[in-house]
Design a protein around this ligand. Structure first.
Ligand code: SF4
Length: 85
């Protein structure tokens, strides 16, 4: 994708973006917080999020949002589309 070279994340921090098997609550929270801190200063955050949303990527943290947050965002967008129709 054309925006990837500008991403603030890189291979050295890739493990922050995907939950390891059997990760528990506090560990997940710390990992996601660290990943989101990188996303917060990423110049291509919007493109990253839209790419994940349009491709319906279910796993990992993309564009600063976790799987659950993207699922919620997907529902909210659908709700807004229905309200505008
Ligand atoms: S928004 Fe986050 S996951 Fe997406 S490219 Fe930027 S740093 Fe990486």
């Amino acid at each position: 994708m054309s925006w990837e070279p500008d991403a603030a994340c890189h291979s050295g921090v890739a493990a922050l973006y995907f939950a390891p098997y059997a990760e528990c609550g506090p560990e997940r929270e710390l990992r996601e917080r660290a990943a989101k801190a990188i996303c917060a200063r990423c110049p291509v955050r919007r493109q990253c999020l839209e790419s994940a949303m349009s491709a319906d990527i279910r796993y990992g943290l993309w564009g600063g949002l976790t799987e659950d947050e993207r699922r919620r965002e997907r529902r909210n967008r659908a709700r807004r589309r229905r309200a505008m129709a």
